[in-house]
Ligand binder design. Structure first.
Ligand SMILES: [Zn+2]
Ligand SMILES: [Zn+2]
Length: 361
């Protein structure tokens, strides 16, 4: 029996989102229907609404979610109705050239559901990041469901589905932060604070948070920042050198997506250090650097998509760390809201008032 449920839809560029009736088909081969319990509000949802991703309106928004498997389609053996899962947008194919090379975390051909969810008039919806989870039930590929410990709080662990994982992984996987490293994180929103938390988990001994907003710097301290720099008052490069014996940080993580901030991260890095780019730039942005500086400083510049995570490996492990009290995912949940409050949550996010608003169903 197909499902008729309520969901948050962006119908056209820049227009406020609306609640619509969504038609969710029964799961086909390889698919699953998931009853959503919680879904975080991410900048990417707002980018979709603003037409910044593509023009495939209408979008079913939401993609940082946890829920319970309602039904599975033919051939699905990895899931059973009743399983508690965090949704992911990296359902690895196992067959592309990256998977074949043993690097599924970069899979170039990830799976999404084949069937479409629709509005009641039959208009096909484009689900955000192939998920679409500001909705009572959603249709995904079974590989997009990662089973985790069911005693975890959905509003907290659902955030692993996107932004928090991106930040944790930017430090742990892309940046390969090691015990005793110095790390600087530029931008202390949800992703940046998660990068601070990831650096702490990985054993960094110096964690420098950089932002323009003192409130965000205070939050970064709660996640483990040992030093803070307000870049509106002082040069972050000089400040970071000052906290690292004049050398610069071993790993600098850019979590803003701004060429000027990238440049600061580049110069605030120690020789042979690593710059991780996890902030998402816009298409017109350009970076310009003296070529000799790029060569002469050595080290690495590494973009980080989704924290280079492998959901099947990382989500259960991170949920266990959360349940052990070693990773404070609850602290990312600034507020819980209803489906009808997503538009307001976008505005609070734009004003920098929240780390995460989380829709709870
Ligand atoms: Zn693949
Ligand atoms: Zn996201």
């Amino acid at each position: 029996m197909p499902y008729e449920v309520r969901g948050v839809v962006a119908t056209k560029k820049g227009a406020p989102v609306t609640i619509e009736t969504i038609h969710v088909p029964d799961p086909g081969p390889g698919e699953a229907v998931v009853t959503i319990q919680a879904c975080g509000v991410c900048h990417t949802d707002l980018h979709y609404r603003e037409g910044g991703i593509n023009d495939d309106f209408p979008f079913l928004l939401g993609h940082e979610a946890a829920g319970v498997v309602e039904a599975v389609g033919e051939g699905v053996t990895s899931l059973t109705p009743g399983d508690f899962v965090v949704l992911n947008w990296r359902a690895v194919c196992g067959e592309c050239r990256s998977c074949q090379k043993g690097k599924p975390q970069y899979c170039f051909s990830t799976f999404n559901a084949t069937q479409k969810m629709t509005l009641s008039d039959g208009t096909e919806l484009s689900p955000a990041l192939g998920i679409g989870a500001f909705v009572e039930k959603t249709l995904v590929h079974a590989g997009q469901c990662t089973k985790v410990d069911s005693s975890a709080r959905p509003a907290a662990v659902g955030l692993l589905g996107c932004g928090v994982m991106a930040g944790l992984g930017a430090a742990m996987w892309t940046g390969e932060v090691e015990i005793g490293d110095s790390v600087a994180v530029f931008g202390c929103g949800g992703v940046g604070c998660a990068a601070v938390a990831g650096a702490k988990l990985a054993g960094a001994s110096t964690i420098i948070a950089v932002d323009l907003d003192d409130r965000k710097l205070e939050l970064a301290k709660e996640f483990g920042a040992t030093h803070t720099v307000n870049a509106s008052n002082e040069d972050p490069v000089v400040a970071i050198q000052g906290f690292t014996n004049g050398n610069g940080a071993d790993v600098c993580i850019e979590a803003v997506g701004n060429p000027k901030v990238f440049e600061q991260a580049f110069y605030a890095r120690d020789l042979a250090g690593t710059v991780v780019q996890v902030g998402v730039p816009t298409p017109e942005m350009k970076i310009e650097l003296p070529f000799i500086e790029l060569f002469g400083r050595g080290g690495r510049i590494k973009p980080s998509w989704y924290g280079d995570c492998l959901p099947s490996r990382d989500f259960p492990m991170l949920v266990d760390l959360y349940l052990q009290g070693r990773l404070d995912l609850d602290r990312f949940v600034t507020e819980t809201i209803d489906l009808s409050e997503v538009e307001d949550a976008f505005h609070r996010m734009e004003r920098g008032e929240v780390l995460r608003s989380v829709v709870v169903l």
